[in-house]
Structures are given as structure tokens and as C-alpha cells.
Design a protein around this ligand. Structure first.
Ligand code: FES
Length: 327
């Protein structure tokens, strides 16, 4: 897909309102520029927001899926921002028109679950709140647990206090006069059979949920997680040059050391859709026909890595001189 084609698959939206939602977090309410209904989505979906400087950043939609007149996103100003959150905080005003991709869902509710245990940390509340709202609408069974450091850093408390949500939600603040902590192990241990758990937030929360679930024998398909960033960024040690062979065209693209495969492909005029650029979202996933990837992502499971039949070119590299990919 060319860059031009990628841009035409976007939608123009207007920033109808923006407001400070919590300390360091701004809310942006996006509406169709002609007042039409926005494309449908399901809870857990995100939109890619196109920002000045050809930056594209994914943000979870936190408004309810039945509210087709708006997408609400909340953006935390990241101290280690690669520019996305600063651009939104500093340069986007009410009335501005932005281009966004169509909603995509890589963190959906499991349709067969009897109960949904929703765990959020910090800005990870955004898809989790959307899930809770969809479950309220659908009459689904759920409990929501939301951990923050301080109450003034907790976003979306107004929506969480709404009908059907308040009685099934619990907020924990680890600092303050009466500190409280989310006990992940206990929540998982008390879960009824048929429960699926969903976790979104900082890496330490997501990893704690994964390791508690594994320790308690939860089947991997009942554990759903979404990370917003790689815990330590993308590993860059041992970078070696390799060749990427595009099987569909036979083209060979050199990937030098210090340059990602997606950067090398872009320089060769091959645009691969990307979003997080850190191996956490799965947008750039590519099939691998031969060669051995050096997996550096947080997206693939251990079993998927072992199969070596797919890789994430935004961050992963090759352990062999060549990778032949399905592109
Ligand atoms: Fe997110 Fe590659 S762009 S995993």
C-alpha cells in the first residue's frame, strides 16, 4: 500500500471539544466534519490519529460504541513522548480538523465469556471503560478495577460513576491518606469459572496479570492484555544488517544496522501500515516464509514466536541473513 493510499483510507474529524480530564490527561471529543454518524466499532478498538510531521499514533476509543456521533479519546502527556502526545496536547485546539484511521480492534471482548474481569492501570482505563460501557448496554456480566497513583490522575471518573458502572467499579489510589492497592492475585483467584480477564495499562500491571494468571493455571485464551508501550523501549543491541525479500514482487530490500525494517521499506517506497512502532500493537504484522526472525516485540505469544512464521517489522529483525516475507 502506498502512503497516498494509506491516507485516503482515513476520515476527517473535527475536535468538537477538548478538556483536561485529569492531571496530565486531555480528553478530545472527535465528531464527523459533516455531523454524520462515525464508523461503527466494538469496545477495545482504537483509532490511528494522523498528526503533524507524518506521525501516526493509536488511541483507544473510550466513549460507548453506541454513541456513533463521537469518538472520545484521552491522551496522557508522556514524559518520554516520541512527539505524539505533545503534539495533541500543545497543537490541537477545539475546531481543528484531524485525520484518523478507521477503528481497528486488537483487544476485543471475548464473545463466549460468562463474566469479564476488567483491570486498568493509569491511562489504560480508556479501552477498559469502553468495554464496561458496551457490557452495560448488552447486559453482560463484569467487574471493573482501576488503579492509579493519585486520585487526581484518574481519568474518566465521571463516566465511571454512571448508571450500571458505579456499582461494578472500584478505584484504587496507591498514594494519599487512605492508600489502597489492586490485589491482582486475589481478583484472579476469586474469579468464577468462565471468566475472561482483560488488562490494560503500564507494563508492570500487564505483566503482573499475565504472571498471576499463568501461576493460577488460567488458559492463555482467557487472558487478554493491551500494552501502550514496550516496557524498556525496543531492544537495539546486536543490530546486524539483513535482507528482506518481498515474496510477492521478488524485490530485495536491505535493512542496515540501526534502521528498522519498516524504515528501510519506507525508504524503498514500500509503505507498511504501522501504529505503535514499538512492537506492541500488531498493526505491521507480516508473514514469514523463510529465515529466522529476531523477535523483539511484545505482541506475539511464546508459541507464535517459536513458529517463526510471522514477525513485526517495526521492531524485530533477523537472525539469518535473509527473511522472505509475505509482502
Ligand atoms: Fe505496532 Fe509494529 S506498528 S507492532
Amino acid at each position: 500500500m502506498s502512503l497516498a493510499a494509506a491516507m485516503t483510507d482515513t476520515l476527517a474529524v473535527r475536535v468538537a471539544r477538548r478538556w483536561p480530564e485529569a492531571q496530565g490527561i486531555e480528553a478530545f471529543e472527535l465528531v464527523h466534519i459533516e455531523g454524520a454518524a462515525l464508523p461503527a466499532f466494538s469496545a477495545g478498538a482504537h483509532v490511528d490519529v494522523h498528526l503533524p510531521g507524518a506521525m501516526v499514533r493509536p488511541y483507544s476509543i473510550c466513549s460507548a460504541p453506541h454513541e456513533r456521533w463521537r469518538y472520545l479519546i484521552c491522551v496522557l502527556r508522556e514524559p518520554a513522548s516520541r512527539g505524539g502526545s505533545s503534539a495533541l496536547h500543545d497543537a490541537v485546539a477545539e475546531g481543528d480538523v484531524l485525520r484518523i484511521g478507521r477503528p481497528r480492534n486488537l483487544f476485543a471482548l471475548a464473545p463466549g465469556a460468562r463474566h469479564h474481569l476488567l483491570l486498568a492501570g493509569g491511562i489504560g482505563i480508556t479501552p477498559i471503560l469502553c468495554m464496561a460501557q458496551q457490557l452495560v448496554q448488552a447486559g453482560g456480566s463484569f467487574a471493573l478495577h482501576y488503579a492509579v497513583q493519585q486520585r487526581d490522575r484518574a481519568a474518566l471518573l465521571g463516566l465511571l460513576a454512571g448508571p450500571g458502572l458505579a456499582e461494578r467499579s472500584q478505584v484504587y489510589c496507591s498514594a494519599g491518606d487512605a492508600p489502597s492497592r489492586m490485589d491482582i492475585g486475589a481478583l484472579l483467584a476469586q474469579a468464577e469459572p468462565g471468566t475472561h480477564v482483560y488488562a490494560c495499562g503500564p507494563a508492570r500491571l500487564v505483566q503482573a496479570v499475565q504472571s498471576a494468571a499463568a501461576g493460577q493455571g488460567w488458559a492463555p485464551e482467557r487472558v487478554h492484555v493491551e500494552l501502550f508501550a514496550a516496557p524498556q523501549g525496543v531492544r537495539a543491541d546486536g543490530d546486524a544488517a539483513f535482507e528482506l525479500v518481498l515474496a510477492r514482487s521478488g524485490r530485495v530490500v536491505d535493512v542496515p544496522a540501526g534502521c528498522s525494517a519498516t524504515e528501510a521499506l519506507a525508504a524503498a517506497g514500500v509503505a507498511v501500515p504501522t501504529s505503535c512502532g514499538q512492537g506492541v500493537c500488531g498493526t505491521c504484522l507480516m508473514g514469514v516464509f523463510s529465515g529466522v526472525p529476531d523477535h523483539r516485540d511484545m505482541y506475539l505469544s511464546a508459541e507464535e514466536r517459536e513458529r517463526n512464521d510471522q514477525f513485526l517489522p517495526c521492531c524485530s529483525r533477523a537472525l539469518t541473513e535473509r527473511l522472505v516475507v509475505d509482502w
